[in-house]
Design a binder for this molecule. Structure first.
Ligand code: SAM
Length: 163
């Protein structure tokens, strides 16, 4: 698989998985958390799909396209190792959907990062809430969810908090 193939597979999988997860959690009213704003493409997609739920974006340094920059008050600025525990104190276990795309180009580093933040993400989800991640996560109590049509195995991962 070329790097272009790999990139396209990740994008196509993100879109299919986000659309699936937004629909499956539409009955929940808790906030949506976007971890990693980057250029803002997935944030822009999320906000075009989510209705009636607040979207908060976690990012250490805003560098998004101006059209895809969240409003002040909806950005939680800082390193997720610090901001996710702070979010648990602020929001409790209420998130209806968490989307994470925090990784870079080094698979081993991405895996270590995913292991480190999994226990920080898990308690944020409301019962029935979903997490969509670009890297495999390491949860104790969340269930694996089958990928929807259009998403490619191992390019995206979906997890659900029972309840
Ligand atoms: C791959 S980009 C996200 C791309 C985005 N999904 C899009 O569609 O444009 C990853 C982002 O995660 C952010 N990030 C990485 N590690 C982080 C950390 N420890 N805390 C907060 N943000 C982090 C980076 O600054 C970067 O903007």
């Amino acid at each position: 698989m070329s790097r272009l193939d790999h990139f396209i597979a990740r994008m196509v999988s993100q879109r299919a998985s986000i659309d699936f997860a937004v629909a499956k959690t539409a009955h929940l009213d808790g906030p949506v958390f976007e971890l990693g704003l980057g250029n803002g493409r997935t944030y822009d997609h999320l906000r075009s799909r989510v209705e009636g739920r607040d979207i908060f974006v976690f990012e250490r340094a805003i560098a998004s396209h101006p059209d895809s920059t969240p409003p002040e008050g909806r950005v939680i600025l800082g390193d997720v190792h610090d901001t996710l525990p702070a979010a648990l104190k602020r929001f409790g276990p209420t998130a209806s959907l968490v989307h994470a795309d925090l990784g870079g180009h080094n698979p081993a580093k991405n895996d270590a990062f995913a292991r480190a933040i999994s226990p920080l993400v898990e308690p944020l989800l409301a019962p029935g809430g979903l997490m969509v991640a670009s890297d495999r996560m390491y949860f104790d109590a969340l269930e694996d969810v089958d990928l929807p049509e259009g998403a490619i195995l191992d390019r995206c991962f979906i997890y659900r908090k029972p309840g």
